[in-house]
Design a protein around this ligand. Structure first.
Ligand code: 13P
Ligand code: SF4
Length: 350
């Protein structure tokens, strides 16, 4: 028997002993060998919701740190409950998200204070992409803000703008710029906050004329798409519909037939007539899986891989199952949980 199939057999044997007391979750960007070990596969929000609704004592989260943290934040039932039941485990504890790491709680707090001082008459509401660390979510929650995903970002941004608030959006500049463009706002409605420049590098005039101030973070993977990727792919696959993840730069995303979250892209392809053809601009593990759908023709805009997503392996899942190694336990500091949870729950309630 090969090493790989021996490992999968051991995982299945361990898994069977736990029954419904254990839940193994995997993000769509995980490798097929990891997906084969999972009880459910989904986008980051779906997985957190499944984790929160589950009665499992232990949840193994195959994805990156912010996702496992969000599950832990939603699973938290107070100090007693946390010890009593659901604990979250990340098989590759070093799998982070470079974009999430582009914003710190301290940085967001300082930006919010500076901007609120410059806008004394206004309500400045932070909105943070779910791809952010727990401390960033906690600052957002503390100031009355909400999280959003690439799927519900339009809805969350629209909600606060309709209340007359201005928005401080972190950490993805491209997601919020795409949202504002798609909501019909002109480019000058977005001002870019440069996190390494005191005062964000913005004049009072720029701050006052912006409806949304965008943190200057990005996903290095999706932000690497260029307009020439689109030209080349369109030429190679004439007639194919172009779907691009909104973490791509606005110049690229605006050329798509549709921007779509991970879930949005999957659903659009599933809904399409047999024989439809698509060019897909997102992480390649997912694109490769979509290529296996019968009756649909799928091409990568250009194959892009998230290295952090690729860090999880079946061997590491087995390691957690055999040892419950504390190094793999996800522990969001208790003091961050109430505000971080308020941030996530506000999004769920909108
Ligand atoms: P989802 O929230 O759609 O799962 O996306 C996560 C992500 O990391 C996108 O790059
Ligand atoms: Fe982070 Fe980008 Fe990887 Fe998603 S694809 S986890 S946003 S680095």
């Amino acid at each position: 028997m090969s090493h790989a199939s021996e490992c999968l057999e051991k995982i299945a044997a361990q898994r069977a002993q736990w029954g419904d007391k254990l839940l193994i979750l995997g993000h769509h960007y995980q490798d097929a060998s990891v997906v084969a070990c999972c009880d459910a596969v989904g986008d980051s929000l779906e997985l957190s919701r499944i984790a929160a609704a589950s009665n499992a004592d232990r949840i193994i989260f195959c994805g990156v740190r912010f996702m496992a943290e969000t599950a832990e934040i939603l699973c938290y039932d107070g100090a007693e409950g946390r010890q009593r039941r659901r604990s979250v485990w990340q098989p590759a504890p070093n799998a982070g998200c470079p974009m999430a790491d582009m914003a710190t709680g301290e940085g967001l707090e300082a930006a919010w204070q500076t901007l609120q001082k410059a806008l004394p008459e206004d309500v400045l509401t932070p909105v943070v992409y779910v791809n952010s660390n727990a401390e960033v979510k906690a600052v957002c929650g503390k100031h009355g803000g909400a999280a959003c995903t690439s799927g519900n970002g339009h809805h969350v941004v629209k909600h606060f703008l309709a209340l007359g608030h201005r928005i401080l959006f972190a950490p993805d500049q491209h997601l919020c710029t795409n949202i504002m463009r798609e909501l019909g706002y002109p480019p000058e409605a977005v001002a870019l906050w440069h996190r390494d420049i005191p005062g964000g590098g913005l004049s009072e005039e720029q701050i006052r004329s912006a409806r949304l101030i965008a943190w200057d973070g990005c996903c290095p993977i999706h932000a690497s798409y260029t307009t020439s990727d689109v030209t080349i792919a369109r030429k190679a696959h004439p007639g194919a519909e172009l779907l691009i993840h909104p973490e791509a730069p606005s110049a690229v995303a605006s050329l798509a037939d549709k921007t779509g979250s991970t879930k949005g892209i999957i659903e659009a392809i599933h809904r399409a007539e047999p024989g439809s053809s698509f060019i897909v601009g997102t992480e390649d593990h997912l694109v490769e899986r979509l290529k296996q759908l019968p009756g649909k023709e799928i091409h990568a805009l250009r194959p892009i891989l998230c290295e952090d997503m690729g860090l999880t392996t079946p061997e590491q899942i087995l390691h957690v199952l055999e040892t419950w190694d504390e190094a793999c336990r996800v522990r969001v500091p208790e003091e961050l949980i109430p505000d971080a949870r308020a941030c996530v729950e506000r999004m769920l309630a909108l």
